[in-house]
Design a protein around this ligand. Structure first.
Ligand code: SF4
Length: 443
């Protein structure tokens, strides 16, 4: 039997899909490269960017048609769209069963250990007994596609209730993995060839494991970063996501001190207006965000700062929007993940505020933020022209090898050599565009 997993959303979801892959392989499923060949399709959803009614939860072809062509096909949904329960249709009440009549089962990601039982019912597959007994889904070894760049969850859930966000309802409250368990995973990955570690969690600065050093003056997250930096073979550490209210000076102080802290930070501001941040329930001011950017630039002047912006949030005035626009321009934020607000059932914003900004205005604001970001990014990228950058190769396609430099910019160079994937290559940049750099490799 063949499976196909479609993952949407953040790095946490991609990391979860790696653990899901392990479970499916233990049950004897084999991966296939297109959903039309699969007997099992699992959608790992994101309700932050999409809602369940969006066409995006299809795969370009109606599931009815795929099921008519392959009667064995079963469809499952996990991720942030699943909040209430885990089970097959008829056994548990999840709204998605009503909205999507072709879905056969759903599971909350924390119930991943129940997937073998579910698939035994649906496909009569055997195995996976050792998974059923695990206490937490983090204990399932991930199946890593690209060993040079590894995503490691350090915590799950969130204690913040940002007005627009479904995550605390979908994933529950924060739970941190023990530091010893994370370090063990990092060491194993480093031995297999990992170069870049991406630590993921909804709010990494409030990481609170049971085994942090009680005598340290530093936060547990800082302790963790120091210990990962000391692991042989690890050259780059990135982390997602940081909440501006919780970012601490001890983490900032590691920039420029630890060899593997990359000159890039993703610091999601969401809005450049204090009044809007208040309605979003974000609990910091724009000044706080600017202070953090200034502190980071004092440590590393050329650091790349990326952020998230939501446009068209409930009641967003033109003045509030322009504050976001000006923040990106004035603080020179060189990468913005911009999204148009849309309501998520069950969130504070849906219950207490009005999604009252017309779609065309949301679209206009989206485009304006994209335009200013492109101009800041273009300017930022010019600094690399004539310099040699280190590209960690992710892909070799149509005559070009490409990958990210430490500053999180994509860089490509001419090559057909598939063996370069996972290697760090020095590239002399001769061209800088809005979205990427280009140059010649010295191999
Ligand atoms: S910090 Fe806010 S936006 Fe991030 S996961 Fe938690 S509730 Fe959602």
């Amino acid at each position: 039997m063949k499976y196909f997993i479609q993952t949407y959303g953040c790095q946490m979801n991609y990391s979860d899909s790696e653990r899901l892959t392990t479970v499916l392989k233990k049950l004897g499923y084999e991966e296939c490269d297109h959903y039309s060949k699969a007997d099992l399709i699992i959608l790992n959803t994101c309700s932050v960017k999409q809602n369940a009614d969006n066409k995006v939860y299809g795969l370009g072809e109606p599931f009815e048609k795929l099921k008519a062509e392959n009667p064995k096909l079963r469809i499952g949904i996990t991720g942030c769209a699943i909040r209430k329960c885990t089970g097959v249709r008829g056994e548990c009440k999840e709204d998605i069963f009503r909205k999507m009549p072709t879905v056969d089962f759903v599971f909350r990601i924390k119930d991943l250990m129940q997937v073998p039982d579910i698939l035994q019912k649906l496909h009569h597959v055997e195995g996976g007994d050792e998974i059923k007994d695990l206490l937490h889904y983090f204990n399932i070894n991930p199946t890593i596609a690209n060993i040079s760049q590894v995503f490691i969850p350090i915590m799950s859930g969130c204690n913040n209730f940002c007005a627009y966000c479904i995550v605390p309802y979908a994933r529950g409250r924060e739970e941190s993995r023990d530091m010893s368990e994370i370090l063990d995973e990092v060491e194993k990955m480093a031995k297999r060839g990992a170069i870049e570690i991406n630590l993921v969690g909804q709010n990494v600065n409030t990481y609170k494991p049971n085994d942090a050093s009680p005598d340290s003056n530093e936060t547990p997250f800082t302790q963790l970063l120091r210990r990962i930096d000391a692991v042989k073979g690890i050259e780059r550490i990135r982390f997602y996501t940081v909440h501006p209210k919780d970012m601490t000076d001890d983490v900032i102080n590691l920039y420029g001190e630890l060899k593997s802290m990359v000159p890039h930070l993703h610091l999601p501001v969401q809005s450049g207006s204090d009044s809007e941040l208040k309605r979003m329930n974000r609990f910091y001011t724009v000044e706080r965000f600017k202070d953090l950017v200034t502190k980071m630039r004092k440590k590393i002047p050329h650091i790349s700062i990326s952020t998230d912006i939501i446009v068209g949030f409930c009641g967003e005035t033109e003045e509030e929007f322009m504050e976001s626009y000006n923040l990106i321009k004035d603080e020179k934020i060189d990468l913005v993940y911009v999204s148009k607000y849309s309501e998520r059932p069950g969130t504070l914003a849906q219950k207490e505020q009005k999604d009252d900004i017309p779609e065309e205005i949301k679209k206009e604001r989206f485009e304006k933020i994209t335009e200013i970001m492109k101009s800041v990014s273009f300017e930022y990228n010019q600094q690399f022209v004539g310099k040699t950058v280190q590209v960690l190769v992710e892909k070799v396609y149509k005559g070009y090898a490409s990958g990210k430099i430490p500053e999180f910019k994509m860089c490509r160079f001419k090559s057909d050599d598939q063996n370069l994937i996972g290697k760090v290559v020095n590239v002399k940049v001769d061209k800088a565009m809005e979205w990427c750099l280009e140059g010649d490799a010295s191999i």
